[in-house]
Ligand binder design. Structure first.
Ligand code: NAG
Ligand code: NAG
Length: 357
């Protein structure tokens, strides 16, 4: 620890000296000799950040019922969890996380919603009861925030997308069965010339090409929505534009990425967070290209959150950050190999989280 501190201090020192002394970089074998010019000391040469953006974004992640480990860690009906991968996904792009504990009273959840700049719905299995109701209310909050003039993004992943399909269509049976559990797949773009303004807009063309030809995204679902089913439903087809489709093990086509026409809402049937941060299934793609997919998707999400106008009080944010909860390592029993879902744990009143490394 001490050694690490020394090293980072040294690095920080030499970088600031280098930047301060000259406008170019220090090459191997060179030394800085000049006086520090005034503008470098004061930092006046650094371009000021875009004042329209917020550089301390916070994302609310709704917890999912259960311990995420089939009762191995907790059988309490109060327990809920967030897989650590989603937290790392958000943090890797420069934001912090406030957990929205799904079974807390709605006024507690709505107070926490006042502290965030966007929300994320995770994967999982729960599709009814209080969890469904909480997801619905957070979704309605998201629409209202945007209707009121904020830019308040929502990312809905796997189950999150399925729940939004049910909520928007007002049909609990809208989903169809697919064979896409524990499967790496491609993404087929509905119309590659229309990715501007979408999560794919900043993907290099070479990576877009790979996405459509190589299995570098991870699927883990038994339900989904075919393009046909979406198009036949007025509520869904007027809400969502299809960005990509994928094919399951028996060649059935489902929507793998969709985006709301009028809201900064993106839905994924696949798992952008897994490539960089989950290790339970050997089929999860971990190539450099696959990891870039995780990073580019996370960067897009948080770039959207920076556009939010919400400026929550710093102390209230700190009081509710996920750093107030200690993570618990739960990846040793091998159970996760079957489910592909791994937890980060909350029991009402008990503050612990589960790392899924
Ligand atoms: C939860 O219940 C199951 C089944 O009864 C049991 O095997 C398991 O040990 C329980 N878990 C905990 C953490 O007590
Ligand atoms: C794809 O999008 C472009 C730009 O909006 C449009 O001109 C073109 O007709 C679309 N192609 C198809 C097949 O829909």
């Amino acid at each position: 620890m001490w050694r690490f501190h020394c090293v980072s201090l040294l690095v920080a020192f030499s970088i600031s000296t280098a930047a301060a002394a000259r406008k170019d970089i220090l090459l191997p074998g060179e030394e800085w000799a000049e006086e520090l010019p005034h503008d470098f000391i004061s930092g006046e040469s650094c371009p000021s950040p875009d004042p329209a953006l917020y550089y301390q974004p916070v994302i609310g992640i709704v917890t999912h019922p259960g311990d995420g480990a089939t009762g191995r860690l907790s059988n309490s009906t109060d327990t809920s969890n967030i897989p650590a991968s989603y937290v790392k996904f958000v943090e890797s792009a420069g934001a912090r996380v406030i957990p929205l504990i799904y079974n807390e009273p709605w006024d507690v959840i709505s107070e926490k919603l006042e502290l965030v700049n966007g929300v994320l719905f995770t994967g999982g299995w729960a599709n009814e009861g209080l969890y469904f109701e909480t997801i619905k209310k957070v979704f309605e909050f998201t629409l209202a925030r945007n209707d009121a003039g904020d830019h308040f993004p929502l990312f809905a992943i796997c189950l999150g997308f399925e729940l939004l399909s049910m909520i928007i269509s007002q049909d609990h049976d809208i989903l169809e069965h697919f064979m896409a559990q524990n499967q790496a797949s491609t993404l087929q773009f509905a119309n590659i010339s229309e990715i501007q303004g979408s999560v794919f807009e900043r993907f290099p063309s070479e990576l877009l090409r790979k996405l459509s030809a190589e299995c570098i995204v991870m699927q883990n679902h038994r339900e989904g929505l075919s393009p046909r089913r979406l198009q036949a439903n007025d509520a869904l087809s007027s809400f969502f534009k299809i960005l990509t489709t994928s094919t399951d093990e028996i060649n059935e086509v489902y929507i793998s990425t969709a985006q709301a026409y009028k809201y900064p809402i993106t839905c994924f049937q696949w798992h952008p967070e897994k490539n960089a941060f989950e290790w339970g299934s050997s089929l999860i793609p971990h190539s450099e290209d696959a990891v870039r997919v995780t990073q580019l998707v996370a960067n897009y999400f948080i770039s959207e959150a920076r556009k939010s106008l919400n400026r929550p009080p710093a102390q209230k944010v700190r009081d509710n950050l996920i750093y107030n909860y200690s993570p618990t390592y739960g990846g040793k029993a091998g159970l996760y190999l079957q489910t592909g879902h791994w937890p980060w744990l909350f029991t009402h009143g008990v503050r612990h989280l589960l790392w899924n490394i």
